[in-house]
Design a protein around this ligand. Structure first.
Ligand code: SF4
Ligand code: SF4
Length: 298
């Protein structure tokens, strides 16, 4: 485990742990209940591949362990006041590629360190994997009432990256069995739309879902509650006391896109597709696309 931690640190990760593969029966029950309640909204893919989601050995043949990494993306820098707002994670380049590149590096360094080939796959929010639960099992924090992983030192502004493989460490990490939310309820109270309840998010009411994943028009009631937000929402992280000590990330690619930090509503509404693609070439904003962004900004 020490070797892995050292290598992960050298590859730029802020924290890392490793756990044996297992079948996540409790998470399966929770996921199925969440879907029965319709909390997945239009994300029908959440109901697919449940077997694979709960059992990593079905995703990667011969898998023995799950390596979990955290990459801090926090920045105290904010956009200009009064302009359309995005969640912090979207300030810079799209994290999927950035974290994946680091995971491939970790993978290669690990092979070199142990002197043998590893068979596995890397995942960053792109396949049916319960990242938060693996991170908790890897001792990287607990799952807060806002449903996010909270690391005791880093807070919740972290990307989770995973390697599922046949790697077997000499020692596994210990899980975090405690939950340090205690009596705190700030995230639930701060959510502008009432999307949070008992460690679950109702995506129908969540601004992140409505502004990023939703394909049809955002209901007017929701739009009123969104305020200036047009891509994601940090309200349930901003109030979390565990984020008070969050420190600036050290990832060049996450440096804020200067256009994003100062573009007004009028700038967005008059933007054309070509300039949008040029200014936001590697940005997560490409996911909804300009037309949808304009609908959210209006
Ligand atoms: S992201 Fe925003 S809307 Fe969604 S649960 Fe958190 S505070 Fe509520
Ligand atoms: S705001 Fe409070 S309840 Fe919510 S995740 Fe943070 S510590 Fe837990």
């Amino acid at each position: 485990m020490e070797v892995l931690s050292e290598i992960a640190k050298a590859c730029g990760f802020d924290a890392c742990g490793v756990v044996p593969v297992d079948v996540l029966s409790r998470e399966r029950e929770r996921l199925e209940r969440w879907i029965r309640q319709g909390f997945h909204a239009g994300m029908n893919y959440m109901a697919n591949n449940i077997e694979k989601r709960v059992n990593p050995a079905l995703l990667v043949e011969g898998a023995r362990s799950v390596i979990v990494t955290l990459t801090n993306y926090y920045t105290p820098k904010l956009q200009l006041e009064g302009i359309p707002v995005v969640a912090r994670y979207a300030y810079g380049k799209d994290y999927h590629g950035v974290v994946k590149d680091r995971l491939f590096k970790l993978y290669a360094c690990l092979e070199e360190a142990i002197g043998q080939k590893i068979t596995g796959r890397v995942f960053v929010d792109s396949a049916p994997v319960f990242e938060h639960e693996w991170a908790r099992r890897a001792g990287l924090g607990w799952i807060g009432r806002n449903s996010l992983l909270i690391h005791p030192r880093l807070g919740s502004y972290c990307f989770i990256g995973v390697i599922i493989s046949d790697f077997e460490p000499s020692r596994y990490s210990l899980p975090e069995e405690r939950n340090f939310c205690g009596q705190c309820n700030r995230c639930v109270e701060a959510c502008p739309t009432g999307a949070l309840s008992s460690h679950e998010v109702n995506a129908n009411l969540c601004i992140a879902y409505n502004t990023i994943e939703r394909k049809d028009d955002i209901p007017s009631e929701m739009k009123k509650k969104m305020g200036d937000r047009f891509f994601g929402c940090d309200a349930c992280q901003e109030v979390c006391p565990w984020n008070r000590k969050a420190v600036l990330h050290h990832v060049e690619e996450f440096s804020p896109n200067e256009w994003l930090m100062r573009m007004s509503r009028e700038d967005w509404l008059s933007l054309d597709e070509e300039i949008f693609r040029e200014r936001f070439k590697d940005s997560p904003l490409l996911r909804p696309g300009l037309e949808q962004i304009k609908r959210s900004v209006k």
